[in-house]
Design a protein around this ligand. Structure first.
Ligand SMILES: [Zn+2]
Length: 316
C-alpha cells in the first residue's frame, strides 16, 4: 500500500516517500483509509451511521481513528480529540459534563487508559466544550492548560460577563487550571511523538484557541488543524456594531488562520467541518482548502451580521 502511495505522491514530491514527511498534496480518501491497519473506513462509517439524525451534545458516539495517533472520542454533537503517544496522551475538549462517562468509555474502547492522559486542553470556555473538564480531570488526573483569557471562566464556572453570549450559556463545574498556554508555544509529549501548538484565535470567546499538530501513518504524515468556532453568536439584544473591541479579534483571527498548516480540518462542532461524511469516505478527509474555506465562510457571515445590524439601525 505504501509503495502505491509513494508512486502516487511522486507527482507531487519525492520527499513525500521519506519517513515522517508532510503530505505533498491531497491524498484521496480511499487510499488514506486503506493505509491503516485498523481500517478507519469501517470505523468512520460506523461513526457516521451512529450519528445519522443525532446531533445532541450528549448523544454518545462510537470512537474512531481519524489519522495516525489522532482519534475521535466525542459525542455526535461535540468533538473530543485524543492524541496518543507511548509516554502519555492529550485530550482536546471535554464536551458537556454528562458526556464524560461516554468519552472515558470511548478512550478505553480504543485500548487506552484514561489515566495515561497527561494534558486536557480545549477550544473555548463554554459548557458544550469545557463543561466536562472537571469530571475528566477527576477521572484522569490530567493537567488542564488554557490560555489566560479562559482561566477565570474555568476556575469560577461563570461565563465572562463581556461574552456576547453571556446569559445564554449554562454554568460549568469550576475546575483548577494547572498552567497557562501561550500563543504558538507547543505542548510536547513523548520524544517528538506529540507537538501540539496552540493558536490564539479570539472572537467567539476571548479564550478561543485553535490547535495544530502532525499525525503519521507509516511514512505518511498529515497536518491536522482543530479550528475553534469562528461564528459571531450572541444573545438577542447584543449588537456587534456597538462592540468594535469584539469585532477586531475576529478580523485578526481570520488573518492569523491563513497560515496554519491544514491537511485535515477538525472543528469543535463536527458538522461545521462535514466531519462524519468525511470519516465515512463520502467526502475527502484530507482537503487542504478546507481551513481557508471555513475562514472565508466565517468572514462573510460576520460581514453579513454587521450589515444586518446597520440595516436594522437605519430602519429605526
Ligand atoms: Zn459550541
Amino acid at each position: 500500500m505504501f509503495a502505491r502511495l509513494c508512486i502516487w505522491m511522486l507527482a507531487g514530491s519525492l520527499a513525500a516517500c521519506a519517513p515522517a514527511q508532510p503530505l505533498s498534496g491531497p491524498l484521496p480518501a480511499d487510499q488514506y483509509h486503506d493505509a491503516s491497519s485498523l481500517n478507519p473506513r469501517a470505523e468512520g462509517r460506523r461513526l457516521a451511521t451512529a450519528c445519522a439524525g443525532r446531533n445532541g451534545w450528549g448523544d454518545a458516539a462510537p470512537p474512531a481513528r481519524i489519522f495516525g495517533n489522532s482519534y475521535y472520542v466525542g459525542t455526535c454533537g461535540i468533538s473530543v480529540i485524543l492524541i496518543t503517544s507511548d509516554q502519555g496522551h492529550i485530550l482536546i475538549d471535554g464536551a458537556v459534563a454528562p458526556a464524560a462517562p461516554a468519552i472515558l468509555a470511548n478512550i478505553r474502547a480504543l485500548g487506552f487508559d484514561p489515566r495515561d492522559i497527561r494534558f486536557i486542553v480545549g477550544s473555548h470556555e463554554h459548557d458544550d466544550h469545557m463543561g466536562g473538564f472537571a469530571a475528566l480531570k477527576a477521572a484522569t488526573g490530567a493537567q488542564i492548560w488554557v490560555r489566560e483569557a479562559a482561566r477565570i471562566a474555568l476556575e469560577t464556572g461563570e461565563v465572562d460577563a463581556a461574552d456576547p453570549q453571556a446569559g445564554t450559556i449554562p454554568q460549568m463545574t469550576p475546575v483548577a487550571v494547572h498552567a497557562i498556554l501561550r500563543d504558538g508555544e507547543p505542548i510536547r509529549l513523548g520524544e517528538g511523538a506529540i507537538t501540539l501548538t496552540p493558536h490564539a484565535t479570539p472572537g467567539h470567546t476571548s479564550g478561543s484557541t485553535s490547535w495544530t499538530w502532525q499525525s503519521c501513518e507509516g511514512p505518511n504524515c498529515a497536518n491536522i488543524a482543530y479550528i475553534d468556532s469562528l461564528t459571531a453568536r450572541s444573545r438577542d439584544d447584543y449588537r456587534f456594531s456597538d462592540h468594535p473591541e469584539r469585532v477586531a479579534p475576529y478580523r485578526a483571527t481570520f488573518t492569523a488562520l491563513r497560515s496554519v498548516p491544514c491537511d485535515i480540518l477538525l472543528t469543535p462542532h463536527p458538522e461545521v467541518a462535514n466531519f462524519f461524511a468525511r470519516m465515512a469516505g463520502d467526502a475527502p478527509l484530507i482537503d487542504r482548502d478546507a481551513c481557508r474555506a471555513l475562514v472565508e465562510r466565517s468572514r462573510a457571515a460576520l460581514d453579513a451580521r454587521l450589515a444586518r445590524e446597520a440595516r436594522q439601525e437605519a430602519a429605526q
